[in-house]
Design a protein around this ligand. Structure first.
Ligand code: ZN
Length: 55
């Protein structure tokens, strides 16, 4: 049985939220969901400007 689900999950041990990029192998982690969103937005803007503009 696997409890690992794609698309983001919270690990209770560290309260770290994670998510993967839908366009490359980038994987981000942060201490809060708001911070994670910011990191993902920064990544999109730098690496996938066309995808960032569309979102
Ligand atoms: Zn990416």
């Amino acid at each position: 049985m696997s409890t690992n689900r794609r698309g983001g999950h919270v690990t209770s041990a560290s309260d770290t939220v994670e998510r993967e990029c839908g366009h490359c192998e980038w994987h981000g982690a942060a201490g809060s969901y708001a911070e994670l969103i910011k990191r993902y937005q920064d990544h999109l803007r730098d690496e996938h400007p066309t995808a960032w503009l569309r979102s």
